[in-house]
Design a binder for this molecule. Structure first.
Ligand code: ATP
Ligand code: MG
Length: 362
């Protein structure tokens, strides 16, 4: 069996550094590794509508933003299929059958859904679609027979739920029909859940604490210079803390030893820099300038590639259209297997028709 990737993002805004370290960077590496037979990258507009039902225009406007961010980061439409979720109707049908395999209490226990409900202040008015999005996500993953889902830590409960659905489905209807996916988490703790520039637990569009991949150099500088650090590190001489200090968490996520040779030869590596900060005698501004240089090195080529694609928006929509057509064909094959295993393919089931005919004749 081949190795297949499915991942995606909600088109609720442009993509940010959290997306980059949590999933996007990995996707590009895996795409170029040649180790995967197929790669599907989904713009999850239908999922985004589950908590934006009253604002479809936001989703509509952001589809192209996400597509541009993908292309800018090096997702290559020749190697990866980029598609729009709502254009693959088969996904809804799969979700409809999976819904019977999951209990309400199981969904209520999903920690990511719990946090997100709190974050959105839904309280008791949770849209059913939002509440059940882990099921819809299981259908996205299984429709493409994905073996691997590169994603951030917040997605772990979703993948676990998808695996349970697969086991339940295969157990009831037929072993081997659906494939159990595995999450591929970032290998570095800082990248699992990149904090926001305000120091909050997660950089997230919904929290407004992001550095976007398409931010201008000046915007990035401002964001970095106003970043949350150690609130007790007041004077340069004071010893500083690196744990919970966002600037250092970002360095953990983005800094490589060669960056020191290039931008700050006073140190050989991050451990040396951290030791100095903890001892005291190193000001935040210097560390922030270093981080800014590293981020600029990363973001400059992304920004430039984005500018190129922005010149030909119809071509980008064409990529999405072709990708959606390909995705639809693949999902339709899986759906047809699912219907056959569930034995709801009545009109293709000559045996059923003959058997029923005999029953009523006899
Ligand atoms: P929203 O606020 O609309 O939910 P989001 O910023 O949480 O948006 P998603 O589209 O939900 O982004 O997430 C897409 C992918 O990016 C997922 O794989 C998720 O794990 C990853 N991701 C998002 N934010 C971060 C982060 N701060 N750190 C690591 N990975 C992240
Ligand atoms: Mg999210």
């Amino acid at each position: 069996m081949g190795k297949i990737i499915l991942t995606g993002d909600r088109p609720t805004g442009r993509l940010h550094l959290g997306h980059f370290v949590g999933s996007l960077r990995r996707r590009v590496e895996l795409q170029n590794s040649g180790l995967f037979d197929k790669i599907f990258i989904m713009i999850a507009d239908a999922q985004a509508l589950t908590d934006n039902a009253d604002n479809p225009e936001k989703i509509r406007q952001n589809i192209i933003e996400v597509a541009l961010d993908y292309l800018a980061c090096g997702i290559d439409p020749e190697k990866s299929t980029i598609f729009i979720q709502s254009q693959v109707a088969e996904l809804c049908e799969l979700a409809f059958y999976y819904m019977n395999l999951v209990t309400v209490s199981r969904l209520q226990r999903n920690p990511t859904v719990k946090t997100e409900i709190q974050m959105r202040n839904f309280e008791t008015s949770i849209p059913v679609g939002f509440f059940t999005y882990p099921i819809s996500q299981a259908s996205d993953i299984t429709a493409f027979r994905a073996t691997t889902v590169p994603a951030g830590e917040d997605q772990q409960p979703m993948i676990e739920q998808a695996r349970e659905i697969v086991r339940r489905f295969n157990g009831i209807y037929g072993e081997g029909t659906l494939v159990e996916p595995e999450i591929l988490l970032p290998d570095n703790a800082a990248c699992m859940r990149l904090p926001g520039t305000d120091g909050k637990a997660k950089m997230s569009k919904s929290l407004g604490n992001c550095i976007y991949l398409s931010d201008s150099s000046e915007e990035v500088r401002k964001r970095v210079m106003s970043m949350y650090t150690d609130p007790d590190h007041i004077r340069v001489e004071d010893p500083g803390k690196v744990e919970g200090n966002t600037v250092f968490t970002y360095l953990d996520a983005f800094c490589r030893p060669e960056h020191f040779a290039q931008y700050w030869p006073d140190y050989n590596n991050l451990d040396e820099l951290k030791a100095h900060y903890m001892r005291g005698g190193l000001g935040d501004v210097k560390v922030k300038k270093f981080l800014y240089a590293i981020l600029e090195e990363l973001l400059t080529p992304i920004r430039e590639r984005r500018k190129e694609w922005e010149k030909d928006i119809p071509a980008v929509f064409d990529i999405l259209k072709k990708g959606s057509e390909t995705a639809r064909m693949v999902a339709a094959e899986t759906l047809s297997d699912v219907r056959r295993t569930m034995r709801i393919d009545y009109f293709d089931d000559a045996e059923l028709i003959a058997e029923q005919a005999r029953k009523f004749q006899g």
